[in-house]
Design a protein around this ligand. Structure first.
Ligand code: SF4
Length: 364
């Protein structure tokens, strides 16, 4: 398949592994930001093919995993109200809230539906004028434009029974938060290619300069990831820190400008709590005042719901790269994809789920 097979070519993989081996003179710790990259690394065993001195740690780039439990509880509270149809992407239905998850509530009769696009929820609103349709909007800058388009269309077409519970988050602030933490061990980043296809990578130059760290915008296939690691290590070994773009076939410096303009129109930047990571300044998006009438938090009066994360789940440490999933005592015992204790075991991009699917009997 074009643009897939050539990025899984064993000869290219071997060539890159040799090149990485040839330039590496000391241990380095690199974080892949995106959960899709984590999944690819574990699925293809790339971390085990690298020299032992290269440590890969798995970052917070899985949107389901970082959605705070308080927002799950808000969605649960809204879904229990009269005449509501709550819609979201499939993974969100199995993320545990403080008492239960959306799938439990659905089994008790609540009208909760899986959709593949926020625009599907808008169509549902048009077809059900006697119902209130709420779309639970999570995700990074990659999914935020489609959700922005849904609420923009709702306003244009005066659809007043459509609402959005918005919990979008942004990547650059969490990278800065990780680098500023006293326990930070990250020495180089593989930047999230999908996010940069929307936002470009102009925002990352300041981070690279401030923290003297390589940031390589990287794709998702084995050759992409190994090339990203090579570029990262080459910078570290030569002490030249800058932003490089490995994912040129998709990402440009400026990104998708119409998508960015739509986001600026629809959203405000706000502080946001990340699951397991606490509050991060200016890391979230919420609907701007112009779209307050479509804001589900305001309409259903759930802004005050604020739930603490469960102590047993150590996903916060995993998302900061401090431990690997198998180091959590609940991994593959009390916590499995069928009975997840935390969001990182639910999402297909979650680090715990990736280790469960590909390595659950090989603790390392
Ligand atoms: S294995 Fe389960 S409980 Fe442990 S960190 Fe992962 S999601 Fe949380």
């Amino acid at each position: 398949m074009k643009y897939v097979d050539e990025y899984r070519d064993p000869q290219c993989v071997n060539k890159l592994l040799n090149a990485i081996d040839g330039i590496t003179t000391q241990p380095w710790t690199i974080m892949e930001v995106c959960g899709g990259q984590t999944h690819s690394i574990i699925k293809h065993g790339l971390d085990r093919l690298l020299p032992n001195s290269i440590r890969l740690i798995h970052g917070p780039g899985c949107p389901v995993c970082v959605t705070p439990i308080a927002y799950i509880d808000k969605a649960l509270a809204i879904a229990q109200q009269t005449d509501v149809i709550l819609c979201s992407f499939g993974d969100m239905l199995r993320v545990p809230g403080s008492q239960y998850d959306l799938l439990n509530l659905k089994s008790q009769g609540a009208d909760i539906r899986i959709v593949y696009s926020p625009l599907d929820a808008l169509v549902l609103a048009e077809h059900n004028p006697d119902k209130k349709i709420v779309f639970f909007a999570v995700g990074f800058e990659t999914t935020a434009p489609a959700c922005a388009m849904a609420v923009f269309q709702a306003k244009q077409r005066a659809i007043d029974n459509f609402f959005m519970l918005v919990c979008h988050v942004c990547v650059p602030p969490v990278m800065q938060a990780l680098l500023s933490a006293p326990d930070n061990t990250v020495q180089g980043f593989l930047g999230a290619g999908h996010v940069c296809s929307i936002m470009g990578y102009h925002e990352y130059h300041a981070i690279s300069r401030q923290y003297k760290i390589p940031i390589v915008i990287t794709g998702f296939e084995p050759v992409d990831i190994l090339q990203g690691i090579f570029l990262c290590i080459r910078q570290l070994e030569t002490k030249t820190y800058r932003v490089e773009n490995q994912y040129k076939r998709v990402v440009s410096e400026q990104g998708n400008i119409p998508a960015q303009q739509l986001m600026q129109q629809v959203y405000n930047t706000v502080d946001r709590r990340w699951r397991g990571m606490g509050n991060i300044v200016d890391s979230g998006l919420s609907l701007s005042d112009e779209y307050a009438a479509w804001n589900a938090e305001l309409h259903f009066s759930v802004t005050e719901i604020d739930t603490e994360e469960p102590a047993e789940c150590r996903s916060g440490e995993i998302l900061k790269g401090l431990i690997k999933p198998a180091q959590c005592p609940a991994f593959n015992t009390r916590c499995t994809p069928e009975h997840p204790l935390g969001a990182t075991m639910v999402s297909s991009e979650g680090a715990c789920a990736a280790y469960y699917h590909y390595r659950r009997n090989q603790y390392d």
